[in-house]
Design a protein around this ligand. Structure first.
Ligand SMILES: [Zn+2]
Ligand SMILES: [Zn+2]
Length: 337
């Protein structure tokens, strides 16, 4: 079978590998759709594990199951999470599933024709796709689940002002979630085309990031933002977030500046104003279930976020499109051609 092996963003190779044979508690799935995620492009985050087969947003069909697997059968349409928390360690017991200390096995990457699903993921990380979720739509389950988790941690409430810094894929998903919750939404970016998109997705106001955003917020709503979400790793956005959060509000680090960057927190000011800082970058089982329901019910629409579908052999082009981000939003790889 063909797999795509990532060495860095400019060196992605198509390689031949033996098609795996599932053991008694494993299963083999055929990858139909596999989304390129913004995090796949972040070299400081991915390079320590390179060379690797990436792809953690997959819609797949079961082709072969081990003889002790009875939850699934060949032909089933599934989403498989990249990893599952143990539900038993202290992090899991406190609801911090993304930082479980006892993750047994990860899903091999989905930029491949077939993927062997390991036992813990067959048992607790595989979800049957509802009939009204297509394979392409299923590539949004994981990214939406990550946004859902951050939304729940921050606690979006009706009539709150939500400021989203960065209008890429995650910024747009947050825009849709905030719209669903009845928030006032302001989105910033440095790219006017992306701001137009945010407007179409339901933003009430869009602002160029280089402008004095906090002053414009006050001009628009008479106050600053209750929730500020960082969806860009630009260091300047952090300073902007500090200026834009209202008393009693919170700043969500969904994206962070690289590890070589220093961030200074105006903690004295925040302490006086009861401002919270939240970090969130992944999801847990309840978030996956919530995201699936939101897509299946049509409450969160995703079809119009898909801009490209490419065969596996063109994955390097997919990474180029996704990292340039000028003409692309969601790029989906179709390993079956
Ligand atoms: Zn992702
Ligand atoms: Zn755990």
């Amino acid at each position: 079978m063909k797999v795509s092996v990532w060495y860095n963003n400019r060196d992605i190779r198509l390689e031949d590998r033996q098609k795996p044979k599932p053991g008694p508690a494993e299963m083999l799935v055929k990858v139909i759709s596999s989304g390129i995620c913004g995090s796949d492009l972040v070299e400081w985050y991915r390079l320590p594990r390179a060379p690797l087969v990436q792809g953690h947003e997959i819609g797949a069909q079961v082709v072969e199951v081990g003889n002790s697997v009875n939850k699934f059968k060949p032909g089933d349409r599934v989403f498989v999470a990249p990893k599952v928390p143990c539900m038993n360690c202290s992090a899991c017991k406190n609801g911090h599933y993304p930082v479980c200390t006892d993750v047994e096995e990860r899903l091999p990457g989905g930029f491949a024709e077939f993927v062997l699903v390991p036992k813990p993921l067959v048992e607790n990380g595989t979800y049957l796709l509802p009939e009204n979720i297509s394979y392409d739509q299923s590539t949004f389950i994981e990214p939406l689940a990550c946004a859902v988790r951050a939304k729940n941690l921050a606690g979006f409430r009706e009539d709150q002002t939500v400021l989203i810094l960065g209008s890429g894929m995650s910024g747009l998903l947050f825009t849709r979630l905030a719209r669903m919750k009845g928030c006032r939404i302001v989105v910033t970016d440095i790219n006017t085309k992306r701001l137009e998109l945010a407007q179409r997705m339901g933003a009430d106001h869009t602002l160029l990031a280089e402008n004095n955003v906090h002053e414009q917020l006050i001009a628009l709503h008479g106050k600053k933002a209750d929730v500020v979400i960082l969806c860009t790793s630009a260091l300047s956005a952090v300073t902007q977030a500090w200026k834009c959060v209202d008393r009693g509000g919170c700043v969500v680090f969904f994206a962070v500046p690289g590890p070589d960057r220093q961030v200074t927190i105006p903690i004295n000011d925040f302490w006086r104003k009861e401002i919270r800082i939240i970090t969130s970058y992944y999801c847990g089982p309840p978030d996956i279930v919530e995201a699936m329901m939101l897509i299946a019910s049509g409450e969160i629409k995703v079809d119009d976020l898909i801009t490209h579908r490419l065969p596996l052999k063109d994955i390097a082009e997919g990474f180029r499109l996704a990292s340039e981000g000028r003409e692309s939003l969601k790029v989906i790889i179709k390993p079956q051609g």
